[in-house]
Design a protein around this ligand. Structure first.
Ligand SMILES: [Zn+2]
Length: 255
């Protein structure tokens, strides 16, 4: 009877590499092989309650890649494991990066729980730390973290909160001049920062809630200004170009 019950019970997803066990109703958007030498992964067209038990290439076991919102729990376990590893190996560079990922995770976690005030406190803490780290290390790339804050605000909060991330970021970029005050041609960190700012504005403009927002035009101005800054336009991606052409049909003609 016990065996029958177990066979008939919903299977649920197995734990991840870092030990995150999702609740029984969780869905996966894909799977990844548990053998790092193989690294095979698959994605589903739509989230599913189960994953293949064996890797389709090498036959080893599999880990789930969770769909949202369970991905949030999976991510936390991954970041905790990475921080443990960084501290164990005395790897301060990795530790700094992981701590910033944890800050952006915490910001979104507060939003997911409806704790807006805590989210704002986490945001201003993250902003202060990014400024401090940027001033001490010109190779540090803050853009990917600020981009994660904008995505988190749109996904788990609202466009207003996302603007609380974007507005000071735009001001910072303008203050520091094109290329964050450096020569973009030889400065990979600044190029990444600028691309992230352009991407973040585009994400905000693409959100279903923003076309009616009175600040839509302001954000269009921000993204076009940033993208047109000397050197920046040469380092944008084809996706950026496509999105900018929708916003300004003259974009591609060099005006
Ligand atoms: Zn495999």
């Amino acid at each position: 009877m016990e065996i029958l019950k177990r066979l008939l019970a919903p299977r649920g997803l197995p734990p991840t590499k870092d030990g995150y066990q999702a609740p029984p109703d969780a869905l996966a958007e894909g799977w990844v092989c548990d053998d790092p030498d193989c690294g095979e992964a698959g994605y589903f067209a739509a989230p599913r309650p189960g994953i293949p038990r064996r890797c389709q290439v090498c036959g080893s076991g599999t880990y789930p890649r969770h769909a949202w919102p369970w991905q949030h729990g999976e991510r936390r376990a991954e970041l905790d494991a990475l921080l443990d590893e960084a501290e164990r190996k005395d790897d301060e560079i990795l530790a700094v990066l992981v701590r910033f990922h944890l800050l952006t995770w915490t910001f979104e976690d507060h939003l997911m729980n409806g704790h807006r005030r805590d989210a704002m406190a986490a945001l201003s803490d993250t902003d202060a730390r990014l400024r401090e780290t940027m001033s001490g290390d010109r190779c540090f790339t803050e853009g990917s973290y600020r981009f994660a804050l904008v995505l988190g605000a749109l996904r788990s909060g609202d466009p207003d909160i996302a603007l609380r991330v974007l507005e000071p970021w735009v001001a910072l970029a303008r203050e520091q001049g094109p290329g964050y005050g450096t020569d973009l041609e030889s400065d990979n960190a600044s190029r990444t920062d600028y691309r992230c700012l352009v991407s973040a504005c585009i994400e905000w403009l693409r959100d279903a809630r923003t076309p009616a927002d009175p600040r839509y035009g302001t954000v269009v101005g921000w993204v076009l200004d940033t993208a047109r800054a000397p050197h920046v336009r040469n380092w944008l991606t084809a996706d950026h170009d496509a999105a900018l052409t929708v916003l300004d049909p003259r974009w591609g003609s060099g005006h």
